[in-house]
Design a binder for this molecule. Sequence first.
Ligand code: AMP
Length: 362
Amino acid sequence: MGAQKSKPGRAAKAAGATVANSYSRYKIATLGSHSALQILHGAKQEGFSTIAICERGRERPYQSYKVADEIILVDKFRDTVKLQQRLLKENAVLIPHGTFFEAFDLEEFEKLKVPYFGNKGILKWEADRMLQREWLKRAGLILPKIYEKPEAIDGQVIVKFYGARGGKGFFLARSAGEFYRKIKDRRTKEDVRAYIIQEYIIGAPIYIHYFYSPLTNELEVMSFDKRYESNVDSIGRIAAKDQLDLGLETSYNITGNVPLVVRESLLPEIFRMGEAVVKASKTLDGDGKGIHGPFSLETVITPDLKFFVFEISARIVAGTNLYVEGSPYTELRYGEPMSTGRRIAREIKDAIRQNKLSKILD
Ligand code: AMP
């Protein structure tokens, strides 16, 4: 079945009708970057065949770690568009991660015909920082203040650019003057146009990794991480005087992730926030499907233990790469190694078995 699929969702429906238990006919495919090792490894643990689509010259990890049954080489990830017929023939299900949204325009991505794990209707709510904010507000979460214009800056702010890769180029300012001085150095005119000025929250950053299943209607807290960012995480290694002498600017370019468990008494609030986000997501687009699968809230906890949420990632985040063998939390729930990548594959498997693929693929 499925070799000639031509519309999003059709594979799902056909599968639901005819292939009750045969998940092995499906292949799990993703772009070779970001969290692909974990996703493909998890898919293999669940018995799927796997495809890594790699940029030529960047395929080495996917060969070495033996996570891909098939490696398809492309010049640019964007060329995946040209692979659609092949992927459809192979019954591939695409698992999205951050690199997809760097490689494709949103519109281009929405048009991809290969079955996709997730709800495409949610993508625009994540892509636009103001729509994100609306979503998080509807969930009743505490958000850092946004300054409408530089002249309104009355405290420490962080200036963020749209589409910035992993915090690259963000800067801090305390006044309109400082803002204008620093923004002059931005790379392109486009960068200068698309920024937000956000209140900087002093506290402990915690990234929460959730998974919501529409099959069980249950929200799971999978794990946590904090980021290892350059140079903000290394600036403390030199004396304040040297920092000043060097004229250093704080920068948030992500280089890796560090594992974390949270104070246990914070967990009820963490579950509550995740459930509120899922509930609010059902009010965002017309069909009421909302978000499902993995997502992450990026938070800073203040000394009075309030969670400020500064961003949502509506998909798997790279911080989950820490837990290929599962996290302390997934160990409690599953008693077997359950990465977020494996949890995605488990969801697809369960949906196939229950004839409910159309609930989770778009
Ligand atoms: P983002 O790209 O939004 O994940 O932000 C990159 C990094 O900037 C985060 O990992 C935090 O370290 C820091 N950050 C972002 N927003 C805030 C904020 N409002 N207050 C404090 N730190 C922040």
